[in-house]
Design a protein around this ligand. Structure first.
Ligand SMILES: [Zn+2]
Length: 377
């Protein structure tokens, strides 16, 4: 029987199991850097399906290598376990009008469930990869505060052998094929401060940051790619009649072009240097660093896209459109590894409490995921 028919019959007889797995997984809290509960669930689940050699690494990735020994090249399939919600209690889930509502249900739990169910198919049928090892990962740290911790660890451990990389982390039809790199900084100003009337004339930490912001917003944007910057928060000061002694802000810049990202870094360094004054102390801490793509083989990228497109047409009846974005692909793309971010469900409201997935898209997504995985079997 060709794989297409096998996929169809597996999906049909496993749709309930897929939904059960998704609802169980979605309720488990998993804020970035605290993915322990979900990781343990996924490891136990995989072992119950017969997976051998599953481990949880120090970054809290659940890793299942299939024939990845020696120096074989490796294909990676991953979906992330963490959600943006800080809750450590069970996440609220409800099913209504053909939709499953739960924070994080689409980003990225439905994709993780499709990947796990694809692995179950391989195990049930005793399939082994043909040309290269295949590494399945339910990874940690994809969302903002995770700073791509999980994928960094995977690239550190397997990067020199990674031939291709898929992450399932999007709603279908919206893929990501270019990496938006970013740098994020916590900038703090400290001054002597004092009484607003009696000590008038001394440096004010808030004013120091305000001057700095004016200079940051005057940086000309690089020409190549799309580049943005933002001061996201600012806080500080003590009271209306106190010359502010402390103030801090969060600043970031982003670009989908490596040279532009570096240009922004130079401009930022110059502003920082310029703002350092004898009577105000300015400290700057890098709190986030996501690289851009670097020298990725275009033909190999197109091969991955062609595979994803064929699978999307077959299972969703729709094409995938691509844009640039910040995903787990940033790290492998920076190392020149062809990488694609695609999705296994339809839904909306990512990063909100109203997030949902459409139930009838889930079996289609499972078929889509299986087809991409089965290219190696
Ligand atoms: Zn995500």
């Amino acid at each position: 029987m060709p794989f297409t028919d096998v996929i169809k019959s597996y999906v049909k007889s496993n749709t309930d199991a897929l939904i059960d797995l998704l609802t169980a997984l979605a309720k488990i809290p998993a804020p970035s850097n605290h993915e322990q509960l979900r990781a343990a669930f996924c490891k136990t689940w995989l072992e119950a399906q017969g997976a051998e050699g599953v481990y949880i690494d120090e970054a809290l990735n659940v890793v299942f290598p299939m024939d990845c020994d020696g120096d074989r090249p490796i294909a990676v399939f991953m979906a992330h376990s963490d959600v943006v919600f800080p809750d450590l209690e069970e996440l609220p889930l409800r099913v209504e009008e053909g939709k499953i509502f739960c924070p994080g249900v689409g980003d990225d739990t439905a994709n993780a469930a499709a990947l796990l169910m694809s692995v179950k198919f391989l195990l049930e049928n005793d399939l082994r990869p043909k040309n290269m090892g295949v590494l399945f990962v339910i990874n940690s740290g994809e969302e903002g505060l995770g700073n791509l911790k999980g994928v960094r660890k995977i690239v550190e451990d397997f990067g020199d052998r990674m031939a291709e990389f898929f992450t399932f982390d999007a709603f279908n039809c919206h893929g990501v094929d270019r990496a938006v790199g970013s740098r994020r900084f916590l900038i703090e100003a400290t001054t002597q401060g004092g009484h607003s009337y009696n000590d008038f004339g001394r440096k004010n930490a808030i004013a120091v940051l305000a001057q700095m912001i004016t200079k940051l917003y005057a940086i000309p944007l690089p020409q190549k790619g799309k580049t943005t910057f933002n001061v996201g928060t600012i806080e500080g000061g003590t009271s209306v009649n106190t010359i502010a002694q402390k103030a801090q802000m969060l600043y970031e810049f982003r670009s989908d072009e490596l040279s532009s990202l570096l240009q922004m870094q130079d401009a930022f360094d110059a502003v920082l240097e310029d703002c350092k004054q004898s009577d105000a102390k300015i400290t700057c801490t890098l709190v986030g660093d996501r690289p851009c793509a670097n020298d990725v083989d275009e033909d190999k990228m197109n091969t991955l896209k062609a595979r994803a497109e064929a699978a999307s047409i077959r299972h969703f009846g729709q094409s995938i459109t691509y844009s640039s974005g910040s995903t787990d692909c940033n790290i492998p793309l920076f190392h020149g590894i062809p990488s694609l971010c695609v999705g296994c469900c339809f839904g909306a409201g990512a990063h909100t409490h109203q997030e949902y997935v459409e139930i009838d898209s889930l079996p289609k997504g499972l078929g889509f995921c299986m087809e991409l995985v089965l290219a190696h079997f």
